[in-house]
Every structure is written in structure tokens, then in C-alpha cells.
Design a protein around this ligand. Structure first.
Ligand SMILES: Cc1cc2nc3c(=O)[nH]c(=O)nc-3n(C[C@H](O)[C@H](O)[C@H](O)COP(=O)(O)OP(=O)(O)OC[C@H]3O[C@@H](n4cnc5c(N)ncnc54)[C@H](O)[C@@H]3O)c2cc1C
Length: 573
């Protein structure tokens, strides 16, 4: 028995994308009923809350949207959708003021009252706005308060599991969800839906995103027939802490601003190594630093924990304590002295540049479905600049909220769902209850190791082929593994099964795209194809879809709508 409800606008996820979308939609169309459905607790889940370093925006004297745009394209190795990237850099200038003046966030300031901006790797200007070194808590707390203060419905601990099309298949009718508190299923019919579940490469052995993220949004999009682009582009952050086995702190990051401020990375031999790989040393982009670290690790230049070190003490322990208070305290909690000692680190899977194909107004190819934030692809191209992530989710979340508020009364309708598709989705979700329960942890552990070893920072054709075979075997194993369904309320084993289902599907998409791209670009490094193809000769993005259970790939030429590779907007400055 499925409960049925309806709301004008349904927002999936409560990170920067979801919260801004709900607030904008409600402000733009107060008469519409807006509902947020979120897997965790509102204000307490997702990665926006975990943002440490800050928010990129060109608001300082001497900086410009054009400069931010060029850095974003150079960082993205020209694979970006340029209209999306331009919307990001110009939209960030509006959104940062809005975050302070409309939603009540306070960011750190200079003595003259201007907003303080710090250095982040890979950028030609210090443009990262922050609140100490735990910026996301400020943003999410203030946005959540604003949501609570408005008449926005909240469905907390509700997990979206399927996007259901209308009877004629032409548009979205609504979403199937699980009320995690009771285990009951419900179908929410909506005129417009925002997909803002935040991606999250938690299929890798070391990863940073919050535990609620399992690529559910991308998996739902694939199953609903939508295309994902650039799925081979997985970003690894250089400084995940090696806190020891058996703690979820392992893999969590200490922020990029440490390297921006002049922090050293040291091998197991206690020596700096980054200048061997890049003249910018530790301030090179994340992809280069992560790869260099992985090479040192493979070469055996490791500490006793099997990783490398970050060291800050040469900057003065007092300064480090003052400027990186949150990081110093976090490291102390794990038993490390960041200010005056060394912290063991390893690269860690952080962010997926790929995701649902969408347009600058937030619309997707499925009428009624909008998308924003880490679920989407195209903004960052082959690599995301640190600080462009939270800008992305808040800029496009707000835009999508405005778009949905305009679209829902004009073109949106309460469509009846395709009942066969709904029944199929219910069957998939309940599938493990019909089988003999077995532990899931061996499947999870094997997935994490497989993706880390074969589809991680350094890839090659034979490894990716092995990975594809391994994923198929794990999927068969998962499909044969049951879950005890006698108690469905907070049945975390059931949710873990569903998490693995999403992660395995999206892992397949990563591997197919990574095997197809026979060059190295941005975050995607092929040991067997180490060259980077000349972008001036034309570039194409990978697009994957799910057809008859298999991942199909096609190439979509990148339209250089504003600039061709090698050209610059700055020449005219
Ligand atoms: C440790 C860490 C530090 C970071 N630091 C920075 C930084 O300094 N600067 C920067 O720009 N970026 C940073 N990022 C990246 C940044 O957090 C993201 O780019 C961005 O905030 C993502 O926003 P989002 O709204 O798309 O997703 P999220 O904020 O992750 O929100 C996703 C939401 O969807 C919900 N959800 C998931 N699945 C479902 C489902 N099936 N049904 C319903 N709800 C669901 C989650 O519970 C959550 O509420 C950092 C990320 C991490 C992990």
C-alpha cells in the first residue's frame, strides 16, 4: 500500500542546492506549496554543511567575473559548458550578497569592513570568501533557519528512490519515497521537482562526502532515462586524514587553504616532493597534487600509516592555530598536532564533476524535472576549482527555485503516474526482502577497494576492464543478497542495500566513461594515454544513459559558445 500526496514543488535534498531552491521558489510564488524531502535531518546533512575553505566569488578590487571564468575554464580543461560556467561566476556575485543580506550569513571581514577572501589552489586571484575554516556550517544554519521561518513543508528522513514519469512518459509525474522513520512507501505527485541530492563519490575506499550520500540522484536520473555527462571526472582531494582503520574520520579532509597558505606536503622520508611534479608545488590544482601524491605512495615513499604528511609549523604554530582553528581542533580530536607537528594524509575521493545534463535555468531534458548542485554536470568541466562547489549549489539552486516557481503555474500539471513504472520501482526497492539475509559489508568493502584500485586517481584500460567485470559480479552478489524486512522502521541495512544499488550503478557509469576517454584531462588520468588532446582541435564530453540495463555511451561535442581554447576574456581588460 503506497500513501499518495501532492505538492506544487518538491525539492529533493537540503544542501545548498535544495535549501536555496526551496527559499527562492517560496519567495517567488508564495501561493505554491513547496516541500523539501530529505534523507537526513534538515540542516544536519549533506556536504554543504561540511564546506570548510569557502566560496569563490569575484568581488574584490582587481578581480572580475571574467578572471573567475577563465580560471574555471582553465581548471576544467575547456570541457565545461561555458554558459553554465558564466552563469556560475556572475551568479556567485549576486548570491554572496544575498547570503549575507537576505539570509543572514556572516563571512569574515578585513579591517576596512570588506569581505575577506583567501587563496585557494589553481586560481589567479585570492577570491575565496569564508567563515573561519568551517564556512558551510554558517551557510546551512542560516538557510535552514529561513526555511523553518517560512511555510515550507518538510519531509525529513524521507529518501527519494525513483523519479516516476507520467502515463504518456512525456514528463515527470512525481517521486517515490521511503519514509525512513516508518519504512512506509509514498508517492508524491508534483508539478515540478528539484533534484538536489548532491552526488557524492562514496564508492571509493577513501572519500570525503557525508554518509547520507550514495549517488541516489544520479542513479534515479539514469533509471528515469536521463543522460549524465562527464562521469569519468571524479575529483580527488589531496589531503584526506589517515586517522586509522575503523574510524569514519579516515578520508575526511583538512582544507585546501592549508596548502594555499603555504603548507608543505612531505613524503615518508620527511622531504617535500611536489616541485618534482609541478612548479607551483603544493599550490598546484587538486588533480595534479593528488596524482603526485599517489605516485609517491606507489613508489613506497610513505609514512608508517601508509600515507604522506602535511606540515604547517614553518608558518608559525600561533598563526596556524589562529587562521585554521577548526582544522587544528579537528586534527587534535584525531590525535594529531596540525599547528606544530605533522598530520598523515592521503588523497581522497571528494567530488564528481559529472552529473545530470541540465541548462542554465536548471531545467533538464525531462519536463517537470529541474536539477542543481553536485547532482549536475557541465559547470566544472574536467576539474572543479576548490571553492566553486558551494558557489555552484547555491547559485543554481536559487536559479532553479525561481524557474520552478515560474514554470509550475505556467506549464506544470499534476500528472497521473505511469502505474507500471511505479510498481516496477516499488519492486526494485522491496526486492531484498524476498531473499535470504546476508551481511552487506563484504560487498561494500569489495566495491570500495575495487573502485579505488582500478578506477581511482591513476587508471588504465586493463584495470578499467577488470573493474567493469568486478562491478558486474558485485551487482549479481547484491541482487542475491536479502535483507530482513520484518521491521522496516529505520531499517539501516535496507538503506545500505539501496545505497549500494545506487553506488554500483553509478560506478558502472564512471567506468564506462573512463574507459572511453583515451586521453588524460583534468581529474581523469590514463596511465596508458598520458597525453592531453589539443582542445583547440575540438573536444567532446561523454554522455551516458541506461539502456536495457547496460550503460550506453555517446560523445557530445563541446560547444565553445563564448571562447575557443587559447582565447581569453582577459586580453580585453
Ligand atoms: C568535507 C568537504 C569539504 C568541502 N569544502 C568545500 C569548500 O571549501 N568549498 C566548496 O566550494 N565546496 C566544498 N565542498 C563541496 C561542497 O560541499 C559541495 O559542492 C556542495 O555544497 C554540494 O551541495 P549540494 O546541495 O549539491 O549537495 P549536499 O550539500 O551534499 O546536499 C545533498 C542533500 O541531499 C540529501 N539526499 C541525498 N540522497 C537523497 C535521497 N535519496 N532523497 C532525499 N534526499 C537525499 C542529503 O541528505 C542532503 O541533504 C566540500 C565538500 C566536503 C565533503
Amino acid at each position: 500500500m503506497i500513501e499518495r500526496r501532492r505538492t506544487d514543488i518538491l525539492v529533493l535534498g537540503a544542501g545548498g542546492a535544495g535549501l536555496l531552491a526551496a527559499l527562492h521558489a517560496k519567495d517567488a510564488a508564495p501561493a505554491l506549496e513547496v516541500t523539501i524531502a530529505v534523507k537526513g535531518l534538515l540542516g544536519k546533512c549533506g556536504c554543504t554543511r561540511m564546506v570548510q575553505g569557502g566560496y569563490n566569488v569575484a568581488i574584490a578590487q582587481g578581480d572580475s567575473a571574467e578572471r573567475h571564468f577563465m580560471d574555471t575554464l582553465e581548471g576544467g580543461k575547456w570541457l565545461n559548458d561555458q554558459d553554465l560556467a558564466w552563469t556560475l561566476v556572475t551568479g556567485a556575485q549576486v548570491r554572496i550578497r544575498e547570503l549575507e543580506n537576505r539570509w543572514g550569513c556572516f563571512f569574515d571581514r578585513n579591517p576596512d569592513g570588506t569581505i575577506h577572501q583567501k587563496a585557494f589552489a589553481g586560481q589567479t586571484f585570492d577570491r575565496t570568501v569564508h567563515k573561519g575554516d568551517l564556512t558551510g556550517i554558517e551557510i546551512v544554519n542560516r538557510l535552514a533557519e529561513q526555511v523553518w521561518a517560512r511555510g515550507i513543508n518538510r519531509m525529513e528522513e524521507h529518501r527519494a528512490v525513483a523519479l516516476i514519469r507520467s502515463r504518456d512518459g512525456a514528463r515527470l509525474a512525481g517521486v517515490l519515497l521511503i519514509d525512513m522513520r516508518s519504512g512506509g512507501l509514498l508517492f508524491v505527485q508534483a508539478r515540478a521537482v528539484l533534484l538536489g541530492t548532491g552526488g557524492g563519490p562514496t564508492m571509493y575506499k577513501y572519500h570525503t562526502p557525508s554518509g547520507d550520500k550514495a549517488c541516489d540522484g544520479m542513479a534515479m536520473a539514469l533509471r528515469a532515462g536521463l543522460a549524465l555527462r562527464d562521469m569519468e571526472m571524479v575529483q580527488f582531494h589531496p589531503t584526506g586524514v589517515l586517522a586509522g582503520p575503523g574510524t569514519r574520520m579516515t578520508g575526511t579532509i583538512i582544507e585546501e587553504g592549508l596548502r594555499g597558505a603555504g603548507g608543505y606536503l612531505l613524503g615518508g622520508d620527511g622531504q617535500r616532493f611536489m616541485h618534482k611534479y609541478d612548479p607551483r608545488g603544493e599550490r598546484a590544482t587538486r588533480d595534479i597534487v593528488s596524482r603526485s601524491m599517489q605516485r609517491e605512495i606507489r613508489a613506497g615513499n610513505v609514512n608508517e600509516a601508509g600515507g604522506l604528511w602535511i606540515e604547517m609549523k614553518h608558518l608559525g604554530p600561533e598563526r596556524v592555530r589562529r587562521e585554521f582553528k577548526g582544522m587544528v581542533e579537528r586534527c587534535a580530536d584525531m590525535g594529531f598536532d596540525l599547528a606544530a607537528g605533522r598530520v598523515p594524509v592521503v588523497p581522497t575521493a571528494h567530488y564528481m564533476m559529472g552529473g545530470v545534463v541540465f541548462r542554465p535555468d536548471g531545467a533538464t531534458d525531462l519536463p517537470g524535472l529541474f536539477a542543481a548542485g553536485e547532482d549536475t554536470g557541465g559547470v566544472h568541466g574536467a576539474n572543479r576549482l576548490g571553492g566553486n562547489g558551494v558557489a555552484n549549489s547555491t547559485v543554481f539552486g536559487g536559479i532553479a527555485g525561481d524557474s520552478m516557481a515560474a514554470w509550475a503555474p505556467r506549464e506544470g500539471a499534476f500528472e497521473e503516474p505511469d502505474e507500471a513504472a511505479l510498481a516496477e520501482a516499488v519492486a526494485l526497492v522491496e526486492a531484498p526482502f524476498g531473499r535470504a539475509p546476508r551481511p552487506l559489508s563484504p560487498i561494500r568493502d569489495a566495491l570500495l577497494e575495487l573502485m579505488w584500485d582500478k578506477a581511482g586517481i591513476l587508471r588504465d584500460g586493463p584495470g578499467l576492464a577488470d573493474c567493469a567485470r568486478g562491478l558486474a559480479a558485485l551487482e549479481a552478489e547484491l541482487d542475491a543478497t536479502g535483507v530482513d524486512g520484518r521491521e522496516r522502521a529505520f531499517n539501516l541495512t535496507w538503506h545500505d542495500w539501496l545505497n549500494l544499488k545506487s553506488l554500483l550503478l553509478v560506478s558502472r557509469a564512471i567506468v564506462v566513461a573512463a574507459a572511453a576517454r583515451e586521453e588524460s584531462r583534468g581529474a581523469h588520468w590514463r596511465e596508458d594515454f598520458p597525453h592531453t588532446a589539443d582542445a583547440a582541435a575540438g573536444l567532446a564530453a561523454t554522455r551516458v544513459t541506461l539502456r536495457d540495463g547496460a550503460i550506453a555511451l555517446e560523445w557530445q561535442p563541446v560547444a565553445f559558445t563564448r571562447l575557443r581554447p587559447g582565447e581569453s576574456l582577459l586580453a580585453a581588460e
